[in-house]
Write a protein that binds this ligand. Structure first.
Ligand code: AHR
Length: 342
């Protein structure tokens, strides 16, 4: 039932609210202007050592995307660029991550970058950072908090990523005159992360109206091992399926391994993935994965640029989304040359 088709390209960023920074209260709490949300902290070298110390509260090390994301921070936030880095790994544990941020506050870092495991319950911790005069940036995944509790968000628009994947599937079905029922296996990411919520919402919003059936839905927690495990559980049920909507590449690898072990012809399935690791893009070239909705992990330099701009009193947006598109058979051969990771 598989055939190749053209696909959509790029949807770009949104600039939502402007941030107005003025003056430079060096050596003070960091108060120096406010944006329209009422946030009034900007990055400063408060200890006067000549560097901005960034405390990075990272999600964990669950995926190839995450490895590339961490490395981009470790490469960029170095003294040669005017920064020092304090790194905290939450090991995908939302409670531990709240303690990680409290530890960064106690250590007196000068800026915090929070890549949140999940999006809720952050108000008290963010208020503590604000009360301590430490500007806080949210990256990678968004938060369900009032925007007067953080300086800026930089990262993916997860709902838009999901919508791109769903639009690609709809077009693929039309272009290839597929009339069979569409039975989708949905492998979800970490429940409660905006990466999961946005990508899942895109599918659950679209499926009923298009007559698509979601025959299985389970979290694989963004890991290859769990992706394989949940796919194995599904296959044991013996249900029909022709589409896999897997919310990251690592779970896709696991699902493919499970299918191969069960003797299933993976090329006969429509496989939709997210991220764009080099191995996954190569699988698009090889006709195994059909489409990847991109998610950019190389955020370190881009966050660094925002910090520098804010420090220098330049306006920065309250929310900036990464520029991302989709990778399919029409673009994969070119994309694989510059794809991140291995
Ligand atoms: O938040 C980004 C997501 O987190 C990536 O899609 C996934 O691979 C990672 O674990």
């Amino acid at each position: 039932m598989k055939a190749k088709t053209a696909s959509a390209i790029v949807i770009s960023a949104a600039l939502v609210l402007s941030f107005s920074a003025c003056g430079n209260d060096s050596g003070s709490s960091g108060d120096s202007g406010s944006d329209s949300s009422g946030y009034n902290l900007i990055p400063q070298d408060t200890n006067g050592d000549g560097y901005i110390t960034l405390g990075f509260a990272q999600v964990g090390a669950e995926s190839g995307w995450r490895t590339a994301n961490t490395q981009s921070y470790k490469d960029y936030f170095v003294e040669a660029n005017g920064f020092k880095l304090v790194f905290a790994d939450a090991n995908q544990d939302a409670d531990k991550q709240k303690q990680d941020v409290r530890d960064l506050i106690a250590q007196g870092v000068e800026v915090i970058d929070l890549a949140p495991v999940t999006d809720s319950g952050w108000e008290p911790v963010l208020q503590e950072a604000k009360d301590a005069g430490i500007p806080l940036i949210v990256s990678d995944r968004q938060l369900s908090v009032s925007d007067d509790l953080y300086l800026t968000y930089f990262g993916g628009d997860m709902l838009a990523e999901g919508n791109r994947a769903v639009d690609w599937l709809e077009k693929y079905i039309q272009d290839n005159n597929i009339t069979d029922p569409i039975n989708i296996v949905h492998l979800q990411g970490t429940i409660g992360s905006t990466a999961q919520k946005g990508r899942s919402q895109a599918l659950s919003d679209a499926a009923p109206g298009k007559g698509w059936n979601i025959v299985y839905e389970q979290t694989g927690e963004f890991t290859q091992a769990k992706g394989q495990e949940v796919m194995e559980s599904f296959l044991q049920q013996g249900k029909d399926f022709n589409v896999i909507y897997s919310e990251n590449d690592d779970m896709t690898y696991g699902a493919i391994d499970a299918m191969k072990a069960a003797g299933i012809d993976v090329e006969s399935k429509i496989i939709i993935s997210f991220d764009g690791n080099k191995s996954a893009v190569q699988m698009v070239v090889d006709g195994i994965i059909d489409v990847i909705a991109e998610c950019d992990p190389l955020l370190g330099p881009q966050v660094g640029d925002l910090i520098t701009k804010a420090k220098n009193g330049e306006q920065i947006a309250k929310v900036t989304y990464s520029v991302e598109g989709v990778i399919d058979s029409t673009t994969a051969a070119e994309k694989v040359k510059t794809a991140f990771g291995s």
